[in-house]
Ligand binder design. Sequence first.
Ligand SMILES: Cc1cc2nc3c(=O)[nH]c(=O)nc-3n(C[C@H](O)[C@H](O)[C@H](O)COP(=O)(O)OP(=O)(O)OC[C@H]3O[C@@H](n4cnc5c(N)ncnc54)[C@H](O)[C@@H]3O)c2cc1C
Length: 403
Amino acid sequence: MEFWLDLNEEQRDLREWVHGFAEGVVRPAAAEWDEREETPWPVIQEAAKIGLYGFEFLANTWSDPTGLSLPLANEELFWGDAGIGMAISGTALAVAAIYGSGTPEQLVEWVPQCFGDAADPKVGAFCTTEPEAGSDVAAMRTRARYDQAKDEWVLTGQKAYATNGGIAEVHVVTASVDPELGARGQAAFVVPPGTPGLAGTRKLRKLGLRASHTADIFLDEVRVPGSCLLGGKEALDERLARARSGQRASRQAAMRTFELSRPAVGAQAIGIARAAYEYALEYARTRVQFGRPIIENQAIAFALADMRTEIDAARLLVWRAAWMGRNDRPFTAGEGSMSKLKAGEVAVATTEKAVQILGGAGYLRDHPVERMYRDAKIYTIFEGTSEIQRLVISRAISGMPIR
Ligand SMILES: Cc1cc2nc3c(=O)[nH]c(=O)nc-3n(C[C@H](O)[C@H](O)[C@H](O)COP(=O)(O)OP(=O)(O)OC[C@H]3O[C@@H](n4cnc5c(N)ncnc54)[C@H](O)[C@@H]3O)c2cc1C
């Protein structure tokens, strides 16, 4: 599939449809759920009812051979609101992990359970970060031990910052099977609904994305059937044997998930940036000081020009990376990381400028740029911090073991 900037009819329809939902349902609810710091179940249910939340929606967007449908949908949804956007999209992380590491049978069994149905929607969680293993995935301490007699895996450890952790129907948990192999000794497991031992979750209180539930979770001898190992035991044993014999690795479970999702995450950041830019542009046109609209000052107009330029530049990087990923192009310069790095930093800079353009009003909860400013910051932190993106890019372009 060639890279092409003109959207086709299907993509334009998708963008309009998601935009309509973001404008009509998400935006009006944004301030309330941000204040409540709770998962907006009624909004998720609305999304499920119209087909915007569920396996079919994700499958349709993923199947677009240009790769652009998911970024398009994400940008519009997060333009509506990032907290609610994440409450709706958080499940996709678990689904991406199942898709990335699971067998086709596991995909069919677990993905629908992550979403539930329109009458009773559920969410999924992907739990990889730990208190001692954030950027340094290899430092993971959660252990997976195989109980051969029962054909069960026993998971013990602690996970940090899990989106939907503890409220999810399905948790996908990464754990170390062979700690001596570092990241190469890790695997991903599905923890089915109601599994004993996954308890004692601690809900976290955050700067932004407050409508999205984030929690620490504790795994105390959590027993899951052997079939819950994503990819299956045979594939794991082969992978571990290759690692032990010093052969080059296939990509680790957690990293593969992040690679799949980086441009889609970048698109979320662009949605926030665009929303803040549009709001600030309108404000600058109508706010009068010194007898004229503030946009007639070059300082304000140029700030808006820069905001728009940066947003468009970030979107082009996101679209390129999404297209490359979908068309199996090698990321020889870390293009997936570039897209997330640029989009995250643009979201932070743009929302900050938007607050500045609104002056005192920008600092108040009366205007959404205050919330957007808080929400944007996460995009230089999760799914790999900006520093980690730079590490990936610098290693890719130099071929050097930069630390
Ligand atoms: C709201 C939210 C939702 C999240 N959702 C999930 C989720 O669903 N699932 C999940 O598994 N995780 C999730 N995370 C965790 C997130 O991915 C991590 O916070 C992130 O990867 C950073 O890890 P850390 O917080 O441990 O920071 P650290 O790794 O401790 O980093 C601290 C600082 O040091 C820098 N640093 C670290 N190593 C290097 C290096 N080698 N070179 C230069 N700088 C370096 C970092 O860039 C950062 O600035 C979420 C986090 C938040 C806040």
